[in-house]
Design a protein around this ligand. Structure first.
Ligand code: C2E
Ligand code: MG
Ligand code: MG
Length: 577
């Protein structure tokens, strides 16, 4: 396995320059007598043009020009040119283009020519000397390239999603026995880390090598496509379940052989989801192929969730439904990012001592044209898996800072709490991103609070502590979210540089019906206070919960009783009982 360059290995790269298309031409000197030129053309009926060399300059002389000149002028041409040489016949402003010029640029130049000159052959000056290309060759090649580009992935040369869809639909229509039709969905594990660590060029090289390994596993009747990023799909005709499983196993195995790139031995693996026609119930809104793809995509997610580097297949609709929905959400995310379909709503936190709502929590909202409104509880975990969490995390921070600044400038300052995913902490991006956003928006740090979950802090405690400490130093406050759902360790409350604890809704739900639960919550509140932390109760829905929490000396409450999360302009300044 030698080192390869991404560009060098690009297969079937359709875009060529003029030099690739032009062919060698017969060269004659400018001093050649016209009679000789005439003879050359008469002797070879296939010859379309000659190149005339005049010192260091080259000109193109086409058969049409020669014939027009010699037979034109009422038949006096031959006589008139009896003593002339080739250089006299060269038309003025004949077009010569450099060999390195791309085809579409050349086409643009040709189209700018006066109409009668647009059909002539074109002289191409290459480092190896002059060559000739016909205009029709250029245009034919260009349209072939456009067709090719529309149906192929430019990095690997594999068919793209469009071709897969077109060929797949046609194959399915023609297939006699639908039960032997299958789709295989392949996604590399850990590819994002490679891209982030070694750069996109090496990432590209791995994709090209991986595509090559996959290419060797398909038969001519199958379609292998790159769907984008590190996702590939295979459409297999005429296989049974065992054969399909064997191919999928080979892909997983094949992906585990290290890739050599830029002197590194890089290890990745692949997760593969498989689906056969029999797995997929008829779905009205989807073509059979779409349904198969989505099913295989869902199975791929299952393989990832089961620990990656393996093959999965969904059994039965019971299991398929949520996973297929998950796959659909993932499929809709790029469009959501593109159209900026994510907005922040804000839920007020009522300060029980002052009666004011001067702090809010920012919560993501996404309404998709196909899926309707999707809960962050559903799409955040999917984004964590796809790596989109970093992108959305940056947007949330920036939008929250912008909104906090608007409130500050309007004379109604509110502290905004943003939820931060464990992965943002693990990627160590949160500190610089938040500092930059505060600076960009001119926002004092005390108007931002970061909410982390217990799980987040525990995965890598020393690293989490380091980053949170930096945020504290900068003036940002930090709340531990959903307290009570995870390990709920009091030791954690002590070791993390927190300012607040949010008690999870599951505890608050029962405090007004179970005295044991109320006692427990009271204990948490007292302990938190002893550690110098403030306490927020989440999910308060009933007045009696609020009263109990007041008795237990809880500091702030948040929940539908006060307000649901709402658009920023709809926020109440105070809570009116
Ligand atoms: P969370 O941070 O614990 O947010 C509180 C959730 O409880 C919100 O759900 C909120 O709408 C809901 N809630 C608040 N009061 C009540 C109540 O009285 N009754 C009931 N039944 N629910 C209440 P939401 O907006 O669906 O968010 C769910 C979770 O998604 C959040 O839980 C948070 O973990 C995550 N999330 C939301 N926005 C973001 C974000 O911008 N970034 C990240 N990383 N996660 C987010
Ligand atoms: Mg939260
Ligand atoms: Mg919470």
């Amino acid at each position: 396995m030698g080192t390869i360059s991404g560009a060098a290995r690009r297969r079937d790269n359709p875009i060529v320059c003029l030099a690739d298309l032009a062919t060698g031409a017969e060269i004659v000197s400018g001093a050649t007598p016209v009679a000789e030129i005439d003879r050359v053309f008469r002797a070879d009926r296939q010859l379309g043009s000659l190149v005339v060399q005049d010192d260091d300059d080259y000109f193109l002389l086409t058969r049409e020009q020669v014939e027009f000149t010699l037979t034109g002028r009422l038949g006096y041409g031959r006589g008139l040119y009896a003593r002339a040489t080739a250089r006299h016949m060269v038309p003025e402003n004949s077009l010569a283009l450099p060999g390195s010029m791309g085809l579409s640029k050349a086409a643009q130049r040709i189209l700018k020519l006066p109409g009668n000159q647009r059909y002539r052959d074109v002289l191409v000056l290459t480092v190896d000397g002059p060559r000739v290309v016909s205009v029709s060759q250029i245009f034919e090649r260009l349209s072939a390239d456009f067709r090719h580009a529309a149906l192929h992935d430019s990095l690997t040369g594999l068919p793209n999603r469009r071709q897969l869809t077109e060929r797949g639909a046609a194959t399915l229509d023609d297939a006699g026995d639908l039960s032997r039709f299958a789709v295989l969905y392949v996604d590399l594990d850990g590819f994002k880390a490679i891209n982030d660590t070694f750069g996109h060029q090496i990432g590209d090289e791995i994709l090209v090598s991986f595509a090559e390994r996959l290419r060797q596993m398909v038969r001519p009747t199958d379609v292998l496509a790159r769907l984008g990023g590190d996702e590939f799909a295979m459409l297999l005709v005429d296989v049974d379940a065992d054969q399909l499983r064997a191919i999928a196993d080979r892909i997983v195995l094949g992906s585990s052989v290290p890739f050599a790139a830029d002197g590194h031995q890089l290890y990745v693996s692949a997760s593969v989801g498989i689906a056969m026609t029999g797995d997929v119930a008829e779905e009205q809104q989807l073509s059979r192929l779409d349904a198969l793809l989505r099913h295989a995509d869902g199975a791929m997610i299952k393989a990832k969730q089961a620990g990656k580097r393996q093959v999965a297949r969904l059994d039965g609709q019971g299991e398929a439904a949520p996973i297929v929905r998950n796959a659909l959400i993932r499929r809709r995310l790029p469009a959501a990012f593109e159209t900026n379909a994510f907005v922040l709503h804000y839920q007020p936190q009522l300060d029980l001592a002052s009666g004011e709502c001067s702090a809010v929590e920012a919560l993501l909202r996404w309404t998709d044209p196909v899926l309707g409104s999707v809960s962050p509880a559903e799409f955040i975990p999917i984004m964590e898996l796809s790596g989109d969490i970093h992108r959305i995390g940056r947007r949330v921070i920036s939008q929250a800072c912008a909104q906090a600044k608007l409130w500050l400038d309007a004379g109604t300052p509110r502290r905004v709490a943003v939820n931060v995913s464990p992965l943002q902490l693990a990627a160590r991006t949160i500190v610089p991103e938040l500092e930059a956003a505060l600076e960009r928006h001119g926002l004092p740090a005390h108007l931002i609070q970061v909410e982390i979950t217990e799980g987040a802090a525990i995965t890598d405690l020393p690293r989490a502590i380091g980053q949170l400490q930096r945020l504290r130093t900068a003036g940002v406050s930090i709340a531990l979210d959903d307290y009570g759902t995870g390990f709920s360790s009091l030791a954690l409350l002590r070791s993390l540089p927190l300012t607040a604890v949010k008690i999870d809704k599951t505890f608050i739900d029962t405090i007004d019906s179970s005295s044991a639960e109320a006692l427990l919550v009271g204990g948490v509140i007292d302990t938190a206070h002893a550690l110098g932390l403030t306490v927020t109760a989440e999910g308060v829905e009933r007045p009696c919960q609020l009263e109990l929490l007041r008795d237990l000396r809880c500091d702030t409450v948040q929940g539908y009783l006060i307000s649901r999360p709402v658009a920023p302009e709809a926020l109440p300044a105070r809570w009116v009982d």
